[in-house]
Design a protein around this ligand. Structure first.
Ligand code: HEM
Length: 561
């Protein structure tokens, strides 16, 4: 039985007590406020004040709604924080804090397998739930949370936020062909050019100390610049020059902030009223606006290139595609939305995964040594490290990437899906229409029912060779709960590109350099006083805002002797 499910009865009792206390408090305060208002509604001359009446009606609406959500709503039997049951501000605040992944873990530890984390939202910590919710035929669609994307992108969805099944299927097919292994191999040279520059500027040719180590470099920043340049090149045939030009480095933050802003407003569309989203979360909304502007200008530029770049980049597939249902190509607005998706979908996710893998290798010297030997024994020169069977044969390297994706998933919380008419059975429980359901990635990746010793970096768990006591059956079990790229009908279609980038970059680093952590820096590490769940020194720390943000580690490089 999982660590989380052991705690279910305690969580339930506390939940019921909290509900009862909350209800009592609401009724008492409601009565008090009501009496106060009534005395003000009727003025001295005995006439009704309209504004007071409206205020009273609004308050009553909130109180009655809160009481309904706590006591009579179909989800009221599920445990969770009482104020999450009343309002989605609970989610918005954790999104802004960037600790949603940890909060889900804490809630499941306390309450068990099912947790209510919003008035209409349920999180379920099990591999069975992953299948029930995300299977191709599951009676679910993307949640309305994804609807906010349209607000910022001229009323047009990108494939990832498209709720309509047929339209999503078409857009997904187009992107899948743009990101197919053949298409990715076709743009290998563009990827390699950027990686070559990345590797050469790590040491600047000047050792920083007598032992030949370079000055400390912030890996997540450098990888961020690299991945931006790769995405610009392979997607639009346009190098954004982020690695070389400091003035262009805001690209990296804009994408991350933009995704966070879109997701946050998706949870609380009421924020659009009176532009509250701009007042309360301006840095995130500014990121969305920058992202929209970039998507707009790059699409216009790419269309203007016409036939000259045909077949040379991933966007070519999108420019050519024709919807079989309508016989129409993508409109310019749709292309802009897809450009937005490709920019953010392929950037921060890959940066987090790559930085996390380097972090875990450097915090686990035996793993670093093994990965290094594997790469150095497989290849005899740096330029031999290209996509293909030889690189894929470095299984330990891939296991290190998988283990890092498990421990620090770039998308750490739930991907909400809305149950459709007729309801959905999840883990044997009937969930009615209209409820958002999901599985929290960080939480299930640390569920001991699927991963023994869940907070320890053990790449062997993905090999199934018997090493470390992990058998084929353990690998199969681990895979049922692994959801870094999502699963099913809406899972990531960029995962081939992501793995190839990571294998190439980390493979080339391991081949060319010795690496060590800067002993003076703790960037990226956990530690006491950093917040709930952030105490583990050897765990790569993330700010979870749908797609995670990260900082560090600081690494020193020395050309291999
Ligand atoms: C380690 C790197 C990556 C991770 C962890 C990751 C993760 C994910 C996840 C969890 C989803 C599902 C999102 C949802 O349902 O809300 C997704 C979707 C998607 N990802 Fe990735 N991703 C990565 C890299 C990439 C790359 C390099 C691209 C290429 C541009 C990409 C393109 C996409 C697209 C187009 C979708 C939407 C699929 C659809 O419409 O059905 N991803 N990704």
């Amino acid at each position: 039985m999982s660590e989380a499910s052991n705690c279910l009865p305690v969580g339930n009792t506390i939940g019921i007590m909290q509900h009862t206390i909350a209800l009592g408090a609401l009724v008492l305060s409601s009565g008090f406020i009501l009496s106060q208002i009534i005395t003000r509604i009727i003025s001295d001359d005995g006439r009704l004040h309209v504004s007071a009446l409206a205020g009273w009606a609004l308050l009553e609406y909130f109180f009655v709604n809160a009481i309904y959500r706590l006591q009579f709503h179909p989800l009221s039997k599920y445990p969770g924080p009482w104020w999450a049951a009343i309002t989605d501000w609970y989610t918005v605040i954790h999104l802004a804090k960037g600790d949603r992944h940890l909060d889900f873990y804490r809630l499941h530890l306390k309450h068990g397998k099912f947790v209510r984390f919003g008035p209409n939202r349920l999180s379920i910590n099990s591999a069975e739930a992953l299948r029930d919710i995300f299977a191709v035929r599951a009676n679910t669609l993307k949640s309305q949370v994804y609807g906010s994307f349209k607000y910022f992108f001229n009323g047009i969805d990108m494939s990832m936020t498209e709720i309509d099944r047929d339209r999503h299927a078409f857009k997904r097919r187009v992107n899948a062909s743009a990101l197919s292994p053949d298409a990715v191999r076709n743009v290998q040279e563009q990827i390699l050019q950027n990686i070559r520059y990345f590797c050469t500027q790590l040491t600047d040719g000047k050792p920083n100390d007598p032992e030949g180590w370079s000055a400390p470099r912030n890996i997540s920043r450098l990888v961020g610049y690299l991945v931006s340049d790769i995405m610009g090149d392979v997607t639009f045939s346009k190098n954004w020059n982020v690695q070389r030009d400091k003035a262009r480095r805001h690209f990296v933050d804009d994408g991350a902030m933009g995704t966070a802003g879109i997701h946050l407003t998706g949870h609380m569309p009421g924020l659009f009223f009176l532009s509250m989203h701009k007042i309360l979360f301006w840095p995130l909304i500014q990121g969305v606006q920058q992202l929209a502007t970039l998507s707009d200008s790059i699409t216009e530029w790419r269309i203007a290139q016409g036939e000259t770049l045909k077949g040379k980049d991933l966007f070519s597939s999108l420019l050519e595609a024709v919807d079989p249902l309508t016989g129409k190509k993508f409109t310019q607005g749709e292309l802009i939305s897809e450009a937005g998706l490709l920019i953010v979908g392929g950037s921060d996710t890959t940066v987090t995964a790559m930085s996390a893998t380097i972090f875990y290798l450097l915090h686990n010297p035996a793993a670093l040594e093994r990965a290094q030997s594997e790469v150095r024994n497989t290849f005899s020169s740096l330029e031999e490290i290209i996509m293909g069977k030889k690189l894929d044969s470095c299984r330990y390297l891939v296991a290190c990437i998988d283990e890092s994706l498990r421990l620090s998933p770039p998308v750490g919380s739930v991907l909400p899906r809305q149950v459709q008419a007729g309801g959905l059975m999840v883990e044997g429980e009937y969930i009615p229409e209209g409820i958002d359901v999901g599985v929290p990635h960080y939480t299930i990746h640390h569920n001991p029912a699927y991963y023994s010793d869940p907070f320890t970096f053990r790449p062997e768990r993905w090999l199934g060779s018997g090493e470390g006591g992990f058998t084929e059956a353990d690998v199969a079990k681990a895979q049922t709960a692994f959801t870094a790229f999502g699963v099913g009908r809406t899972s990531c279609i960029g995962h081939y590109l992501a793995y190839q980038e990571m294998q190439l970059v980390i493979g080339r680093l391991l081949f060319s350099y010795d690496m060590q952590l800067d002993s003076k820096s703790k960037l990226g590490e956990g530690g006491q006083g950093k917040g709930w769940g952030r105490h583990r020194k050897g765990e790569y720390q993330l700010l979870d805002r749908f797609v995670s943000m990260q900082d560090g580690p600081m690494v020193q490089f020395r050309p291999r002797s």
